[in-house]
Design a protein around this ligand. Structure first.
Ligand code: ADP
Ligand code: MG
Length: 698
């Protein structure tokens, strides 16, 4: 390492320190006002910032700039322009104006728009998001931007996220001010996303069409050893993996991404990276970058980083834990139980707001993590069930219980102040248990939403969470706003109590992996949306449209277009999987199998004719493999026919359901027979690397 880490950290980021150095004082201040108050940026400020940014970028070797945005593909998009500007006489200058910084006009017509394209002009706009710092990557200055249509409809994952953060800030500040906490002027949400991934050898990867085209193995018999010995979790890092992680950390640190923790995960070849939490908007950008850099660094190490939710059958898939909290501009974490009565009141209000929000909008929470890839995990006893519930831990549950029963925190020694205020104990992070099976767990001073799939942009789940909590806070505000100061403590107590009674059905501290819980959840009336096609329609439910439009997070048009995109994505993805499987079976697997059975048959004939040797074993094997061949042939034909039917269905929801109910089972049936067959085939007969090689070769 040439540079010391503190020097290296953020060295490619146009961060606050650089801005302070590079910008004239008044410009720096004006920019900060814009960022903090979300106000319009004046052109002279933009020009000055652009000039400073360009100078800094050129000093660091950049030749180009790009507006970097997050279209509905779930990936990021960029189009690079050089800084060069001809001066005449064959000379050039390196130029970058405020206008170029603030606004770009990429053609929107090739990005998913869910019908917005038909109604609106193809032109799209990118608008600088000054709340997320610009950075340099591969010789280009990257400017984080929001992406919208000509008429202002959001076409990306950043715009609604910023709107949801704004909504939460407004509602949270209102209620804090009402409770007498008048120094607070804004509240931001914070996120720390823990990222799981697999590493496989690049040469082996290239030989698997399924991995290349779909990111997961569609076939593959289980190796003799999987994860049953539980010897991989937190195990010593193998040198190639350690080298990869080392390089990855450095690349992330240069970009100011606070990578903190790295370790082996439960499944063989599976690992995890966790950063330190940041403001949600930046955390989302940084997680997108992290996923991209993981892939890039892996390539350099002749590895491939798999971010699919279920790359291998029979061992754990990969998820992402979205650690979430709210924090005031005065630096207080609102989900940290305080030591004083006032802090406790505040904590209880915000805790109850989250509980009520998750209960009332559990359908949206489920929807926000619904993807074809994640369907393989949720409810499969390796990830939380598809039923949303909240884990609070015994101590906090007991406290809520005593509030509900007016026992003033009964058993435990609790002080009651003369004012009537009730003091909560200051319980630390460690007093909440480590329940790993809960979809949404309180972990001492934050909530951990654990249903996300590994490849998902964390934007969606945070949009839902922020908006739902903003809504409940606004309802709380309406209930409390006309109460006099000396009555407020009791009114809050009543509100908390009522909320507990109405929403405790969402709280579950037990083992979420059991069937008993699913039965119990059904009795409690909690929705269980097992698959993506089950979950998606709730997006356009009236109550949810009302939620998003009330807080200006989505317009109804935006919701409907996003719903279309999600359905379309689901169908397209399964279509690609079906076609890939067909191809592998028809062009690779069956020919290999038939060559092998031919060889067996010849061998048998020779033995019989030449030496009349016994060959019952070979004959049995030949019969078994031949019957598998027949079966696979028929199943593959059925898959092809059903895929044609799927393609012909016009209604997207119907199509999605058909893929779920017919195509997936078709694919699973093929897999069962192919995997049985694989168990008989020598390594050199199988036309691609098997699980053993993929999982245990690094
Ligand atoms: P785990 O037990 O799941 O490994 P950790 O305590 O190590 O959890 O933290 C996991 C993640 O939670 C980290 O990314 C951390 O930065 C993040 N985190 C901690 N505090 C907050 C907070 N207030 N808001 C959001 N994320 C947080
Ligand atoms: Mg975690």
């Amino acid at each position: 390492m040439t540079k010391k880490i503190p020097e290296l950290y953020g060295s490619l980021v146009f961060n606050d320190k650089v801005m302070r150095e590079k910008l004239p004082k008044d410009i720096y201040k004006a920019l900060h006002r814009t960022i903090e108050n979300n106000t319009h940026l004046e052109l002279d400020v933009a020009n000055a910032v652009a000039t400073a940014m360009k100078e800094w970028a050129v000093e660091h070797g950049a030749t180009h700039f790009t507006h970097w945005f997050q279209p509905m593909t779930g990936l990021t998009a960029e189009k690079h322009d050089s800084f060069i500007s001809p001066l005449g006489g064959g000379e050039i200058a390196m130029d970058f104006s405020g206008k170029e910084l603030v606004k770009g006009e990429p053609d929107a017509s090739s990005f998913p728009s869910g019908g917005l394209r038909a109604t609106f002009e193809a032109r799209g706009y990118t608008a600088w998001d000054p709340t997320s710092p610009a950075f340099i990557k591969d010789g280009t200055l990257y400017i984080p931007t929001a992406f919208c249509s000509y008429s202002g409809e959001a076409l990306d994952k950043k715009t609604p996220l910023l709107r949801s953060m704004e909504a939460l800030s407004t509602e949270a500040t209102k209620i804090l001010n009402l409770l007498g906490n008048t120094s607070v002027t804004s509240v931001s949400t914070t996120v720390g996303p823990e990222q799981e991934y697999f590493l496989v050898d690049k040469d082996l990867y290239k030989k698997r069409k399924d991995l290349v085209f779909t990111g997961r193995t569609l076939l593959g018999a289980k190796p003799p050893k999987g994860q049953e010995m539980e010897d991989h979790y937190f195990g010593a890092l193998k040198p190639p993996v350690a080298a990869f992680m080392h390089d990855l950390d450095e690349e992330l640190w240069k970009l100011g991404i606070p990578a903190k923790t790295k370790h082996n995960e439960v499944a063989p070849a599976q690992h995890e990276l966790a950063p330190v939490f940041e403001t949600t908007n930046i955390a989302v950008d940084h997680n997108q970058l992290t996923m991209e850099i993981m892939k890039k660094v892996a390539e350099k190490h002749n590895l491939v980083c798999l971010l699919h939710e279920k790359p291998f059958d029979g061992i754990n898939g990969s998820g992402k834990h979205n650690n979430w909290s709210m924090s005031t501009n005065t630096g207080v974490n609102l989900l940290d139980p305080g030591k004083t009565p006032a802090e406790n009141t505040q904590f209880l209000i915000f805790l109850m707001a989250v509980i009520k929000a998750v209960d009332e909008y559990s359908d949206l929470m489920r929807l926000s993590v619904a993807t074809a890839g994640n369907d393989h995990r949720l409810g499969a006893n390796e990830a939380p069930p598809a039923v949303v519930s909240i884990f609070l831990g015994d101590e906090l549950s007991e406290i809520l219980d005593s509030i509900e029963k007016d026992m003033f925190f009964g058993k435990q020694k609790r002080v009651q102040m003369n004012t009537g205020a009730k003091v909560l104990p200051h319980f630390t992070k460690d007093t909440t248990d480590r329940n790993r099976t809960s979809p949404f767990a309180f972990t001492g001073n934050k909530f951990e939403f654990r249903m996300l799939g590994s490849s998902l942009s964390v934007s969606g789940p945070n949009i839902v969470l922020n908006t739902a909590v903003a809504e409940v806070l606004s309802e709380f505000y309406e209930k409390l706003k006309n109460i006099s100061v000396d009555e407020i403590e009791n009114a809050v107590h009543e509100l908390v109590k009522r909320t507990i009674i109405e929403h405790k059905k969402i709280i579950f501290n037990g083992n979420g992996y059991t069937d008993e819980w699913l039965e119990e959840a059904a009795r409690r009336g909690l929705p269980n949306m097992k698959s993506t096609p089950d979950a998606l329609p709730c997006f356009v439910a009236e109550k949810n449209i009302k939620l998003f439009t009330k807080h200006h997070v989505f317009t109804e048009t935006e919701i409907r277009s996003r719903y279309e995109i999600l359905l379309e994505d689901y169908c397209k993805l399964l279509h690609i999987e079906a076609k890939t499987l067909k191809d592998m079976i028809r062009r690779d697997f069956l020919p290999a199998l038939s060559a092998y059975t031919d060889q067996l048959a010849c061998g048998i004939q020779t033995k019989k004719q030449v030496a009349t040797l016994p060959c019952n074993g070979e004959q049995k094997l030949l019969a078994t493999l031949s019957s598998y061949y027949e079966e696979l042939f028929e199943l593959e034909e059925k898959l092809v026919a059903d895929t044609l039917i799927a393609e012909s269905i016009i209604d997207m929801l119907e199509a999605a359901k058909y893929y779920h109910e017919t195509i997936i089972p078709d694919m699973e049936e093929i897999r069962v027979i192919a995997d049985l067959t694989e168990g008989y085939l020598p390594d050199d007969v199988l036309p691609y690397p098997n699980y053993e090689q993929l999982l245990f070769s690094i």
